[in-house]
Design a protein. Structure first.
Length: 478
């Protein structure tokens, strides 16, 4: 048996009816769909992290390096330990909470915030090792489990259409259609989306990749040919650097020294005892949001891949959970926020990814991105978000598994699906479903069907929101 056959046997290609071509294509698709985090995460965290002697651009560069390294380690655990086709990286929403809420609004030093993420990761590792996280996730009510996929689908649609400027803000109705005659981004995005849908409907392998790359290349060509202004269809910093300094200079301009971030994390460990109550509340909030955000994502993308069992549970879920726990712990040590499984993994799953080899390809591409951090900035975000719209529509098929005639299913599943996009939070959608399930069960005289653990879970969510709203209202200050 050759090395190729051995690797295929390790990942279980025959069992999952897949092959190298399919898994590689899926890995590239997932990477392209989530590569924006290499640019976006540093942009967000740099609002809160300041490094003496570093310019803003250098700070963003070192955070980008930390982002890549944390992602690679977590994806490696996912590939070789969990053998699942899921990509991981510092989570969107969680990074904004780190930067704007914890550091900027609450005034917690960024060094201490990194220490809080580290402690959260250690707690996750311990809970995962003893099976506690798996037990809690299996307490999720059945209608919530089957609604998560569709909820994430609507969430993806909303995110994608907004970034593509197909849906824009409007005072009278909050949202309205974007004007393709006024917005080059909307016009090109819709063209790229139409191409992607056409290829997908015809069963073309790699339709999502083709759509993303074709749209990105078209945006650059239209810009270089002076059809549109430089800032319209391509990221302006990437355009300026590429045209003014040259491509080689652009590739060599990265700052790789992340030791200031590591030193900041070590300083944060020394600050933990200064105000233990503040530290405990920050750890609790990171923990609570990350726990349910990751759980919802895992269930949702697993539903698309057909990985769930008849009860809506993911077999051996503790293995992929360990990947995000290890990634979070390591990421905090080198200077980035909480690492989590990405909903964009569903793009690769839709392309046929079924094993950890898909994740391995994602990890290899992330690692190679160390050499091309500035080049990654050249891919317009609206192009990558075409993948979210396509996959979001595909994920809506999950609503067919919901018993809409049963009021318990209809209410808890309906709230799960709608609250996610409306609050831009998977965790909030889960909370709505989990809290409503026992209440509606009790209302129709079926309270005995609700387990004690499900009541506790609902009460914990209520308690979490009580603390969260008190902080927002300024009733709890730090």
């Amino acid at each position: 048996m050759g090395a190729s056959d051995t690797l295929a046997a390790y990942f279980g290609f025959d069992e999952h009816e897949t092959d190298y071509r399919t898994e590689t294509l899926a890995g590239v698709t997932t990477f392209l769909a989530m590569a924006y985090i290499i640019v976006v995460n540093p942009a967000i965290l740099a609002e809160a992290i300041t490094i003496d002697g570093y310019t803003d651009a250098q700070t963003r560069d070192v955070i980008a390096i930390a982002t890549i390294l944390a992602s690679v380690l977590a994806i490696g655990v996912m590939a070789f330990w969990a053998n699942r086709p899921f990509g991981l990286a510092p989570g969107m929403g969680l990074n904004a909470f780190f930067a704007f809420t914890v550091v900027i609004i609450l005034g917690v030093p960024w060094e201490l915030a990194l220490a809080a993420v580290f402690v959260e990761g250690i707690i996750f590792i311990a809970l995962t090792a003893v099976g506690a996280r798996k037990y809690i996730i299996e307490l999720f009510p059945e209608p919530v489990k089957f609604a998560v996929g569709a909820g994430i689908g609507v969430f993806l649609l909303f995110l994608g259409l907004q970034e593509m400027e197909v849906v824009v803000g409007y005072d009278a109705t909050l949202l309205t259609l974007g004007n393709v005659l006024e917005s080059p981004v909307a016009a090109l995005s819709l063209t790229g989306l139409a191409l992607t849908f056409f290829l997908y409907a015809r069963g073309t392998r790699g339709s999502i990749i083709i759509g993303i790359l074709t749209t990105a290349v078209a945006g650059w060509l239209l810009t270089l040919l002076d059809v549109v202004s430089p800032g319209s269809l391509v990221p302006e910093p990437a355009y300026d650097q590429a045209t003014n300094d040259g491509l080689l200079s652009m590739l060599l301009s990265v700052e790789y020294d992340i030791t200031p971030l590591i030193s900041g994390f070590i300083d944060g460990l020394g600050m933990m005892a200064d105000d233990p109550l503040v530290f405990a509340l920050v750890v609790f909030t990171f923990f609570f949001v990350d726990f349910f955000d990751t759980a919802g994502t895992l269930i949702g993308v697993s539903q698309i891949g057909g990985f769930l069992d008849d009860e809506g549970d993911l077999p051996e879920i503790e293995r992929p959970l360990m990947a995000d726990a290890v990634g979070t712990t390591f990421g905090a040590m080198i200077g980035t926020s909480t690492v989590t499984t990405y909903i964009e993994s569903s793009t690769g799953i839709e392309e046929g990814g079924r094993t950890g080899f898909t994740a391995l390809i994602v990890g290899v591409l992330f690692l190679s991105a160390l050499l091309f951090v500035p080049l990654m900035r050249a891919i317009p975000q609206y192009a990558t978000y075409i993948a979210l719209v396509v996959v979001g529509i595909i994920m809506l098929q999950g609503v067919a598994d919901i018993d809409w005639q049963d009021p318990v299913w209809a209410i808890s599943a309906g709230l799960t699906i709608t609250i996610m996009p409306l609050t831009a939070s998977i965790a909030n959608g889960l909370a709505a479903g989990i809290i409503s399930y026992p209440l509606i069960k009790a209302a129709i005289g079926e309270a005995r069907d609700v387990s004690p653990g499900q009541w506790v879970l609902a009460i914990l969510f209520v308690g979490y929101f009580a603390i969260y709203f008190a902080v927002e209202a300024g009733q709890i200050t730090f």
